[in-house]
Design a protein around this ligand. Structure first.
Ligand SMILES: Nc1ncnc2c1ncn2[C@@H]1O[C@H](COP(=O)(O)OP(=O)(O)OP(=O)(O)O)[C@@H](O)[C@H]1O
Length: 281
């Protein structure tokens, strides 16, 4: 039998009388990346925090590599975490941020420096050791946060909206990089996001969270092809809107230029680059 990296069974988390998570089941295989995708307040961060040991559990079990960790304190669970705003230490250099988790392990200085250099290479920031974190761009700061989380070779990586403070173009580029870095590190990861595109760019499977429950879990194609409920279909549909920009406001209509839309059209011939006009109905 293959033991999953993470098993969550019948997990409930409550805040007073409010039940934030109801009987949640989730399995993450060794080396697998699973996204928790859902509307605001659906319980994504609560589930991630419970896995990390930052939220007390009212009922159920959390197992990592076969061992229950519900009674294990956060710092002994071996989870590397990355948050939305990086939360880098402002007075430490890039290198000393990445070394943070290694300093408490008693690792000798030379080995620490070697590990920091290895992590900088992994995230594509070779030579940044001495830089002040105040001089980094948002994307670079998140790469440093990722390097810091991966440096102590955690059992599992937990990402809470790691790209949502970045603009869309950077988010799309970094999604692919993030996936490649996690793959190269060979680690299992749980990734919280409210962005469907980001979830499908990074994760192997997507768990759709609705009101404190996992509504369905599968690849994006599986979810879109056979949504298990109207809530799942509505969530995926609502997120699949087409982006546009208002070009002109007329007395009775608004002219909208559609952005990023590529569509298949039958019965038309032309060369790439030709301008065309389509009626959407
Ligand atoms: N410390 C708390 N005390 C009381 N209620 C809380 C607490 N933390 C979260 N909640 C509630 O639990 C529910 C789930 O919150 P959670 O932060 O997990 O949602 P989320 O899906 O991560 O949302 P978002 O995308 O907005 O971050 C929400 O209704 C929230 O108001």
């Amino acid at each position: 039998m293959v033991i999953p990296a993470l098993e969550v069974r019948d997990l409930s988390v409550t805040y007073g009388k409010f039940v934030a998570l109801h009987d949640v089941d989730l399995e993450v295989a060794e080396g697998e990346i699973v996204a928790l995708l859902g509307a605001s307040g659906s319980g994504k961060s609560t589930l991630l925090r419970a896995i990390a040991g930052l939220e007390p559990v009212a009922a159920g079990d959390i197992r990592m590599h076969g061992y229950s960790v519900v009674a294990t304190p956060t710092h002994e669970r071996g989870c590397g975490m990355v948050f939305q705003d990086g939360q880098l230490f402002p007075h430490r250099s890039v290198g000393r941020n990445i070394a943070y988790g290694l300093e408490t392990t008693g690792m000798p200085r030379a080995a620490r420096a070697e590990r920091v250099a290895e992590m900088l290479e992994l995230v594509g920031l070779e030579g940044y050791e001495s830089r002040s974190v105040a001089t980094l761009s948002g994307g670079q700061a998140q790469r440093v946060a990722l390097a810091r989380a991966l440096a102590p070779a955690p059992q599992m990586l937990l990402l809470d909206e790691p790209l949502s403070a970045l603009d869309r173009a950077l988010r799309e580029r970094l999604s692919v990089e993030l996936r490649d870095i996690i793959r190269a590190a060979g680690i299992s990861a749980v990734h919280v996001t409210h962005d469907q595109q980001e979830a499908s760019a990074i994760a192997d499977r997507i768990a759709i969270m609705i009101d404190g429950r996992i509504g369905q879990i599968g690849s994006r194609e599986e979810l879109l092809g056979a949504p298990a409920s109207t809530e799942v279909r509505d969530f995926l549909g609502a997120d699949g809107r087409v982006r546009g920009r208002i070009v002109a406001q007329r007395p009775t209509t608004t002219q909208v230029e559609l952005l990023d839309v590529v569509t298949e059209v039958r019965g038309m011939r032309g060369e790439p680059g030709d301008e065309v006009s389509l009626r959407i109905s």
